[in-house]
Write a protein that binds this ligand. Sequence first.
Ligand code: IPD
Ligand code: CA
Ligand code: CA
Length: 260
Amino acid sequence: MYEEFLDFAVGVAREAGAIQLDAFRSGDLGVETKSNLYDVVTRVDKECEALIARRIAERFPGHALLGEEGGERGAAGSRWHWVVDPLDGTTNYSQGLPVFTVSIALQQDGETVVGVVYAPYLDELYTAVKGQGAWLASRGLQPRRIRVTRKESLGAAVLATGFPYDKDVNPDNNCDNVARILPRIRGLRRMGSAAYDLCAVAAGWIDGFWELALHVWDICAGELIVSEAGGVVEPLRPDRGVSILAGCPELVAEMRRYLR
Ligand code: IPD
Ligand code: CA
Ligand code: CA
């Protein structure tokens, strides 16, 4: 029933990804700062969101949309709500680093039913439809089913995290968590795109992920992809925006002992 939406979202994500690849490492990114010096946006973020919003409005004029760059728009009160991060990993993108993604999710009556995360430089397309598993299509191969790892102990686990943009003014900036958990894990990565981090959990490239002070557009698609891959995405704490832990349930329980 959701196939039409999935195919649409994949097509639009690929279109946005093509725009990103076209300008990548070009020196013509129009980099500006947003909330502070550390929070950047490029003309490509804005172009990609404009494209995605236009495509949604053309095809589904009765739907609503939340996009990072343009906020809420479309048909207010619709039961269909798209949640879009047009370019997740803008710091990487603006530096010429290859981990960046387009993240598109669709919610029906508040429940996420379709999730698409596309990493154009890596040529990795992660998708999920509620109840139908999580899938990776890459390098021209047929999509294949992905699953989270089942590691239960931190000592064998490679985790990823990220750091909030207000890290300079808010001492609650995840450094304490890193200090507590780092000695106990096999490795820690800071890949720079929360949507990609979640997909990497879903595919088993990493075992777990946590981050504070994210936004719904960073995680909406990735959360469904993790849960359809047999993992869990749980709230870490209520007082720091969207703060989450992800992985298999046993590992998430272990991570909780050192993270807050
Ligand atoms: C950011 C990335 C990053 C995370 C930040 C996000 P943006 O999104 O997901 O990995 O650490 O918290 O804001 O700004 O590149 O869309
Ligand atoms: Ca983001
Ligand atoms: Ca973004």
